[in-house]
Design a protein around this ligand. Structure first.
Ligand code: ATP
Ligand code: MG
Length: 384
């Protein structure tokens, strides 16, 4: 969808902002560009919509060499969220959002209807916020408008330059979540710039880690964190990358432990015997279909009756496929030594801290192997 072929940008004063850059972004993929200030991220982005022309090399968007495409036509296919948002201060939020459709010559009513729909999509009620001016919004709200504006003409490609940069960490995480939900629905091809490795990991299908004007590593978040390609990348992703990996490693059925189980309609007495035999203090309660119904402790079971009458609701549970970080969060939130993992309603097992650690190790090893494989195939496949 977007392809860089040996692209270099040298500014007239001799600064080489981007040096012999080659990479490709697939359709519907979200690639984050991350690196320190001045490493060439914005320059890279602005060459995609021809706000800056490369000094050498070629860039392809949707299969066409963009040097041959009229810039205005090109930009219609590319939404752009610029660094520092850049809303027009003298225009209302609605009109700001409708900027591109208006430029494209849409009828006013249609452009405004589209803008209202987009504001809704980014979580701003158009009747409340549509008539305001940018200065009457919070920083986070302004950034939402910036995203809505970039999406307004429904472009297949989206360039986002630090779109969540100007807000505090809490709002930022909220905006990131909303954006991920939106991206799951609209599946744009996205290049997103950030200088924050956390954000790059959280949002990117793949990450391009920039050094000075060059990409040092271009790979999945798991691999960049687990197997940094160079000492520079290792120092950039930081010493706490084990923690960051928690957010990109998901729970798999193999990671789970099988605790004692009691059936909803089973006599309590029988469940007690089984727990004693297994030297367990509690059991997970399932119904006849294997669906999770709660948990029960051995002390309560001695009261008699059926298991169902003594069952507690299960608060600490997550769906399979949840990132380990979130599962760990649930463990802490409910002060539980484990969390139940379900597939729909069906109970799969429990995740314990020991298993969580194992899962983390497994993913580090897998990625280290993955990188070795990747290098072999890269060397042996020419012109890939
Ligand atoms: N018009 C220009 N003329 C000369 N040098 C420039 C020009 N624009 C950018 N540069 C230089 O090119 C390099 C890359 O700039 P760029 O804006 O791409 O960095 P960036 O990675 O986006 O940084 P930041 O994270 O601070 O936004 C920097 O050294 C910058 O000073
Ligand atoms: Mg920049």
């Amino acid at each position: 969808m977007i392809r860089f072929e040996q692209v270099t940008k040298r500014y007239p004063d001799g600064t080489t902002a981007v040096d012999d850059l080659s990479f490709e972004v697939a359709e519907g993929e979200l690639v984050t560009l991350v690196g320190p200030s001045g490493c060439g991220k914005t320059t890279t982005m602005m060459m995609v919509n021809r706000l800056i022309e490369p000094s050498a090399g070629r860039i392809f968007v949707e299969g066409a060499d963009i040097a041959t495409v009229d810039p205005v036509r090109l930009r219609r296919r590319i939404g752009y969220v610029i660094q520092q948002v850049g809303l027009f201060p003298h225009r209302t939020v609605l009109d700001n959002t409708a900027t591109v459709p208006a430029l494209l010559g849409w009828k006013r009513a249609k452009a405004r209807a589209r803008a209202a729909e987009l504001l809704d999509l980014v979580g701003l009620d158009p009747t409340t916020y549509g008539t305001r001016y940018p200065e009457q919004l919070s920083g986070g709200q302004r950034q939402r408008v910036g995203v809505a504006r970039a999406l307004a003409a429904d472009p297949p490609v989206l360039l986002m330059d630090e779109p969540f940069g100007a807000v505090d960490p809490v709002v930022r995480e909220q905006l990131q979540d909303e954006f991920l939900r939106m991206q799951a629905a609209v599946r744009k091809t996205v290049l997103l710039v950030t200088h924050d490795i956390e954000e790059a990991v959280r949002l990117g299908d793949r990450i391009a880690v920039y050094g000075q004007g060059r990409i040092e590593q271009f790979d999945t978040p798991g691999t960049v964190l687990g197997a940094p390609a160079t000492p520079y990348v290792a120092s950039f992703v930081g010493a706490d990358r084990g923690l960051k990996r928690l957010s990109v490693t998901t729970i798999e059925p193999d990671d789970l432990e099988q605790p004692p189980v009691a059936r909803l309609d089973e006599p309590a007495e029988r469940a007690v015997e089984r727990l004693r035999a297994e030297r367990a203090r509690w059991a997970v309660v399932l119904d006849a279909d294997g669906d999770l119904r709660g948990w029960v402790g051995i002390d309560e079971l001695t009261a008699g009756g059926t298991v169902g009458e003594l069952t507690h609701r299960m608060t600490a549970w997550v769906p399979v496929g949840t990132p380990l970080k979130q599962a760990f969060g649930v463990m802490l939130q409910y002060d539980a030594g484990w969390v139940a993992v379900v597939d729909g309603a069906r109970f799969l097992g429990v995740l314990t801290p020991a298993k969580l650690h194992e899962a983390l190790r497994r993913s580090v090893d897998a990625d280290a192997r993955g990188v070795a494989r990747g290098q072999v195939s890269f060397d042996s496949v020419s012109d890939a």
